[in-house]
Design a protein around this ligand. Sequence first.
Ligand code: SF4
Length: 292
Amino acid sequence: MDIIIAKNCGLCYGVKRALELAKSTRRRQRGNVFTLGELIHNPQVIAQLEKEGIHSIENPGSVKTGPVIIRSHGVAPRVYKLLELKKIKIVDATCPIVKKIQRLVERLTWENKEVIIVGNREHPEIKGLIGYSRGKGRIIENEAQVQSLPRRKKRAVLAQSTQDIFLFSRIVAALVEKTECLEVHNTICHSTQTRQKSTSELAAQVDVLFIVGGRSSSNTNKLYEISRRIQPNTHFIESASEITPQMLRGAKKIGLSGGASTPPEAIEEAVARIRKSYDRQSQRENIVPWQS
Ligand code: SF4
């Protein structure tokens, strides 16, 4: 039995940076530290942060004291204003790549273009991005929604940083039919693209693939959907304890991948669980390096 871990998986630069900023704030600051929303879509890491006095809150209006950390997804301009009015200290951990997308939405809006943002309207990054469009942006989640759009001479389209590249391409193709001059900005971040590519390559090589990560993580969900298209025997697990012997039955090659908010320990625990299950069955196994 071989266990193969995707070449590119696990914590991305933006999430690592946000975690480091939270920890350095914790070291410098007495009392409670708050994050606007969960810093990372991973229940185990969130529980650990709670123990360290880094609490997640949802409503910026309810904050009475700071510092408040803005997570890698970023927030709309009104949230900065609200915190500034309350004189709350802000630690801005917005991923620089997301910041760049926010600036792009702002610029396109100033140029008076209709801005189409491809993403999940409930996702915090999208809630933040739309705030930079001064009411002129439009969120599109699927191809069907494009059909209800009127024809336009000019439009600009961009994507949530963790969008599925295939879905984005299909929406762009549908928009071309509705727009004379379409400006396309591929804002899917490099880290997301390499994770999606590694996971699809791995899905084609293995008998079963485990996607490890928080269920509320958008990019981890995308990895699951991408993998399922290639390898129907894909399982989305939040923790190693969800791996059962039935899932491993008959599998000679087992793949593991994780999203941008999956810490390395979560992957290591999944490897240990698979090993243990095989040890019980007295079978031989190796961990082999990635081969693309
Ligand atoms: S997925 Fe990309 S854009 Fe999003 S936080 Fe990570 S590095 Fe930044």
